[in-house]
Design a protein around this ligand. Sequence first.
Ligand code: ADP
Ligand code: MG
Length: 621
Amino acid sequence: MSSRIHLLSPQLANQIAAGEVVERPASVVKEVLENAIDAGAEKISIEVEQGGVKLIRIRDDGKGISKDDLPLALSRHATSKITALEDLEAVASLGFRGEALASISSVSRLTLTSRSAEEDAAWQVKAEGRDMVAEVSPSAHPQGTTVEMRDLFFNTPARRKFLKTENTEYRHLEEVVKRLALSRFDLQFQLSNNNRVVHQLKPANSEQMRERRIASLLGSGFIDNALSLDISAEASGLRLWGWIGLPTYSRSQADQQYFFVNGRIIRDKLVTHAIRQAYADVLYNGRHPCYVLYLELDPALVDVNVHPTKHEVRFREGRLVHDFIFRTIHRVIAQTRPGEQNNDTSVSTLLQGQNQPIQQQFDQQGISLPTSGSSGGTAGINFSNYVRPATPSAGEVKQQLAGYGALHPNSTQTQAVAMDQPAEQQDIPPMGFALAQLHGIYILSQTAEGLILVDMHAAHERIVYERMKSAWESDGLRGQPLLVPVTLNLSEAEVDIAEERSEVFAKLGFSVERMGQESIVIREVPVALARSDVSLLVRDVLSDMKVYGSSSRIEESINELLATMACHGSVRANRLLTLPEMNALLRDMEATERSGQCNHGRPTYVQMTMNELDKLFLRGQ
Ligand code: ADP
Ligand code: MG
């Protein structure tokens, strides 16, 4: 009789729905943890065995479920969180579909034990896949709820086959716990795997504790190389806060990207795009930025009912949100210039972990920036008031606190340096004064704190590039006539491009004219590039233009084009610089946005403090 239409049994309906919500142990943990958070819990403990397949037990101290509601909690489309369609317009809770517990209980042996705040006894219901009519029996439990699930997918072998190894399932599950622990710093979490406590997270009520939680969840690498920010746009009611990794701390995978909208983790194309674009200028192709960011806005301006697992959202004002995220992060990154950061931890971290090749460590740790010096804000809002480097990780804090009791290590160190200096040198700029050029590649500079090594080509390239960008944005680059015009023989197609794009060329500071079928003459080049190889430069610009196509596409890709040009205009390795030239470069770096990285996202300089040098030589230990 299978061809006749009939109603599905509740169990089968739930198992089908479970396919959407319950994919693997991690999805069970997500749903049950969200319920605990929705119930106002302050302490949540998660115990799992065998990657969650054998056991998941989640206990909370939330408001609990009353005796009469217990069986209802397990039925489909039963929820206490919304009552009318209007509520969907501004959902404040994490759950609202009322199908998680029903789905989970249809594919596992589930025990739900709870004592509600209003009752003085605890009650329990059990469901074992088949037995959908739950019986309520008395139990013992403090206020709050425990959900215990055993033998996930015991009655749906087809789904069980899709599970990966115990370790893989555990990693997914741990990731879910991480996300929720990042979404609610005020709650206490404990995660145990096979009877071993893996994460023990106390409520984090200060910036330092929040950063410590991040370090313990994501490793200290991120937070040691992150900038913290908190920026609100009064008019639109948008607020973005959190931590973004320095461009030099990028990763080959997009695996350290956490974005929360009103406390809910999301993965959204619009958001990802805005952030990528903000980093576009300072990241290698194929590298991924790291971030833990929180966007807050009026719940009525965002639709969370787009997807069953609620990973996507829809913003009512997508454009506005995109621009806000892009502009905020873009400017924060632009602030990573000398004198605005107080991150003196990187080289000491290097020294602690000498089991990895140094080069790799530099890549991971990124750069460290000098501590003293003034800040020149960009036009408009002065972001430096809101942006500050992340505080040192837990271990370093402990180390430092030990020192603070007796004397302030930083201040003594600075004093010691100051006493050795001639009076006129006491006002040392952040990048210090050049001492020498090493092998035609690096500049060695003495700073108030210790020393700095600058990759002169990378640094100069960044400076030239930033200058050309701002010139382009005002009225274009200024040209300088060549003493002797240069004639270039090209293909006819290239000459055509040069002719068609002569306006763009003019704005870039070039004067280019067609001479014949296959040649052009160059009479002017941008001032900043006057000393470079003109024919090579113009050939490169032309080949970029060929790739970008129409003039509007050129305008869109102008930063890439300017980067190509900047490379021509910057000092080559092996050019000998005089001390005044080197010092001029250092001063330029201090004045330039994003001078901490070259155009390819590599650090332009590294620093070592006297402390770190002393450690290297085991001085005073
Ligand atoms: P939803 O979360 O979408 O409402 P669920 O199936 O996850 O649906 O839960 C059903 C109902 O059970 C919830 O609306 C809530 O009233 C109750 N509930 C579930 N877990 C808990 C908990 N840990 N504490 C208190 N109430 C809970
Ligand atoms: Mg729920």
